[in-house]
Design a protein around this ligand. Structure first.
Ligand code: 3DU
Length: 223
């Protein structure tokens, strides 16, 4: 299970309060969560230095920067450099930017720094079917040829996961959001071929995050 860390404080909340909440969650979830995907709102709220201190303090987790990188080459490189400075192990990029001047540069920058790249090839929300998901096969192909380490695919539309697993085989990692709060049931994405399910609000917005994580982890246990 991957925790989607999207703690979004109201304006004026002291950074230390947010940091305390983040660290409390990470201390409690150690036994149930293997990776933490941190979204841009939380990165902005904490700031580069504090994110670095948090990643340094919890090295037992694998940290994924969900910056959804989707710009031209030099900006992508700058974002990936920041991800490295903040201690992230992996970066998520949009496959839709294409390879030359896009994903190829993301992969080059992240690899030089010893990290991994996940490509977003389909999304979970309704509007994703209007354009993005219609190009799923092409996005999967180009990101595979570019040499990404894995894919982000929606648990709410698990046929994309099944298709990706058929096409790319077992050597790539599929992580899947959309579980609990967006309606996908715990275990569906794994059943369709994902390696990890990503859960955010289903854990951190609960009154008992550790209890919820324990319950989800027991449902996800590999047989
Ligand atoms: O709905 P949750 O609170 O479990 O959070 C889901 C996370 O996954 C959130 O960080 C969001 O940015 C990310 N995500 C999707 O929800 C759907 C996608 O297609 C891609 C990423």
């Amino acid at each position: 299970m991957v925790l989607a860390l999207d703690l979004i404080p109201s304006l004026g909340t002291p950074k230390e309060v947010l940091r305390g909440r983040v660290e409390g969650l990470l201390r409690g979830l150690r036994d149930y969560v293997v990776a933490v995907k941190v979204g841009v709102p939380t990165i902005l709220a904490l700031g580069v230095e504090v994110v670095r201190e948090v990643t340094d303090g919890f090295r037992e987790y694998y940290f994924i920067a969900d910056m959804k990188v989707a710009d031209v080459g030099h900006i992508n490189r700058a974002l990936c450099t920041y991800a490295d400075m903040m201690g992230f192990d992996a970066v998520i990029a949009h496959a839709v930017i294409g390879r030359r001047g896009g994903l190829d540069e993301v992969i080059d920058e992240v690899r030089r720094r010893g990290g991994a790249v996940f490509a977003l090839c389909a999304m979970s929300h309704e509007g994703a079917e209007e354009v993005l998901n219609r190009n799923f096969n092409a996005l999967l192909k180009l990101s595979t040829e570019a040499g990404v380490d894995g894919y982000v695919l929606p648990a709410t539309k698990p046929h994309y996961i099944r298709r990706a697993r058929e096409v790319v085989g077992g050597g790539k990692v599929i992580i899947s959001p959309g579980v609990v709060a967006q309606g996908a049931r715990v275990g569906t994405a794994i059943a369709y071929g994902a390696d990890f399910e990503i859960i955010g609000r289903g854990i951190y917005a609960s009154e008992d995050p550790v209890g919820r994580a324990r319950e989800f982890a027991s449902r996800l246990r590999w047989r």
